[in-house]
Design a binder for this molecule. Structure first.
Ligand code: MN
Length: 254
C-alpha cells in the first residue's frame, strides 16, 4: 500500500507525526502538509503566488519523504499527486486533526477538504479527527485509521465518496465501539463577540457556543456523545438530487 498523508494543523503537528509512525509500519508513506496551521481554510487553493515544497526531516524517521508547502491542505494533495510524488498512491489520509470535524463543520474544515481533494483526484480518501483537543491522545486514532485504510483500499468506495472519521477523546478502554453515521447539523449561538479596540473602534471575534440542532441518534455528533468512533461516508456532489424533478417542472412553467 502507498499512502499520502496530509493535514491542516501543519507539517509538525503531533497528530500527523503519530499517524505517520503507524502508517510507516504498513505502507510506503509520503507526507505533504502545510508549513503552518491552516485550520478552517476549507477547500481554498492557491492561484496567485508560487507554491514551494521544501523537504523536511521528521526526527523519529529522517528517511520518510516529507514536504512542507506554503499553501493550503487542498494545495498539498493536488501538488503531491499531480507534480511531486515519484509514484501513484493508493489513498490519501488527512489528519489526525486536533479537534472534531462533525456535521456542518466539515464544510469549513481544511482536514476534510484535503481528503475531498483526494476523492476529486479519483483516490480513496479518509479524513480523521480527534475530538479532544486539550490533552489529545492520538495513538488509538492512528491505529484505527491504519486498519480502516487497509480495508478501504481492499474493498474500495464508489467514485467521489470518502470517509470522515471522528474519534472521541479519552483512553481506549473508554471507547465503546464504532458507529456508521450521517452528518448532523451544528450551529453556533452568539457566534461573534463584539468588542472595542484601544483606539475606540469596534471589532468582532468569532467564538460562540455550539448547539447541536439535530437531536437524532444516527448522527456523527450523537456517536461522539456516546463515546463511539464515528465513520461517515460523504461525497462532494452538492446536487440536490431529490429536487431535480420538481425544479424541472416549475422551470418549464416559467
Ligand atoms: Mn486543524
Amino acid at each position: 500500500m502507498r499512502v499520502l498523508l496530509t493535514n491542516d494543523d501543519g507539517i509538525f503537528a503531533e497528530g500527523l507525526q503519530v499517524m505517520a509512525r503507524q502508517f510507516e509500519k504498513i505502507a510506503t508513506t509520503y507526507v505533504m502538509a502545510p508549513d503552518h496551521e491552516q485550520s478552517a481554510t476549507g477547500h481554498a487553493i492557491t492561484m496567485h503566488r508560487p507554491l514551494r515544497a521544501e523537504r523536511v526531516k521528521f526526527l523519529h524517521s529522517p528517511d520518510l519523504p516529507a514536504w512542507a508547502v506554503n499553501g493550503t491542505p487542498a494545495d498539498c494533495v493536488k501538488l503531491a499527486v499531480e507534480a511531486v510524488l515519484p509514484e501513484k498512491v493508493d489513498l490519501v489520509v488527512s489528519g489526525i486533526n486536533r479537534g472534531a470535524n462533525l456535521g456542518t463543520d466539515v464544510l469549513y474544515s481544511g482536514t476534510v477538504s484535503a481528503a475531498i481533494e483526494g476523492a476529486i483526484l479519483g483516490l480513496p480518501a479518509i479524513a480523521i479527527s480527534l475530538t479532544e483537543d486539550k490533552e489529545p491522545r492520538f495513538e488509538y486514532a492512528a491505529e484505527f485509521v491504519c486498519r480502516l485504510a487497509t480495508a478501504l483500499v481492499g474493498k474500495g468506495m464508489p467514485a467521489g465518496t470518502l470517509l470522515n472519521v471522528n474519534v472521541p477523546g479519552g483512553t481506549r478502554e473508554q471507547i465503546k465501539g464504532v458507529a456508521v453515521t450521517r452528518l448532523g447539523v451544528r450551529q453556533y449561538r452568539n457566534a461573534f463577540a463584539r468588542r472595542t479596540d484601544p483606539r475606540g473602534r469596534t471589532y468582532y471575534w468569532l467564538a460562540g457556543e455550539l448547539v447541536d440542532a439535530d437531536e437524532d441518534d444516527d448522527t456523527d455528533a450523537a456517536a461522539i456523545k456516546n463515546c463511539k468512533v464515528s465513520v461517515t461516508p460523504i461525497h462532494f456532489d452538492l446536487t440536490s438530487h431529490d429536487t431535480l424533478e420538481t425544479l424541472k417542472t416549475w422551470i418549464s412553467q416559467l
